[in-house]
Design a protein around this ligand. Structure first.
Ligand code: HEC
Length: 107
């Protein structure tokens, strides 16, 4: 019984600490949340999974582009894809480019 009580307290402490550190880190990082940026600016054409292809949008699940190449396409645009250099900060473009790398086809 005593052991259970102590481990409960330990769990509560661990959870409390975890919550605190999460609270501190989300706010300043929010604008660098690649997934959130993607949902705001990219799903209309690329879709939530990256493979919607509206208006001829490239399928991001099978894209072979590197991170650097994606950053260039997003920054400067390409054909029907508009440039985002006046919309997003460079760090945001890198964050969203990184997110598109996670949209790989389900294995
Ligand atoms: C208006 C529709 C539209 C929106 C919005 C859009 N894209 Fe695109 N995207 C395209 C099209 C169309 C292409 C293919 C361009 C081409 O044919 O050269 C493309 C290509 C790309 C590519 C290159 C992929 C490859 O393999 O060549 C990347 C990376 C990409 N988009 C990322 C994004 C990201 C990230 C966003 C949000 C910031 C975004 N796109 C928003 C239409 C869009």
């Amino acid at each position: 019984m005593n052991k259970l009580f102590i481990s409960c307290i330990l769990m509560a402490l661990i959870l409390a600490c975890g919550n605190n550190s999460r609270k501190e880190s989300t706010d300043p990082m929010a604008e660098l949340d690649g997934k959130a940026i993607y949902k705001n600016y990219c799903v209309n054409c690329h879709g939530l999974q990256g493979d919607m292809g509206a208006g001829g949008a490239a399928n991001l699940q099978i894209s072979a582009l590197s991170l650097e190449e994606r950053v260039i396409v997003i920054t400067k645009g390409r054909n029907a894809m508009q440039p985002y250099e006046s919309v997003l900060k460079p760090a945001q473009i890198e964050a969203v480019a990184n997110f598109t790398l996670t949209l790989k086809e389900n294995e």
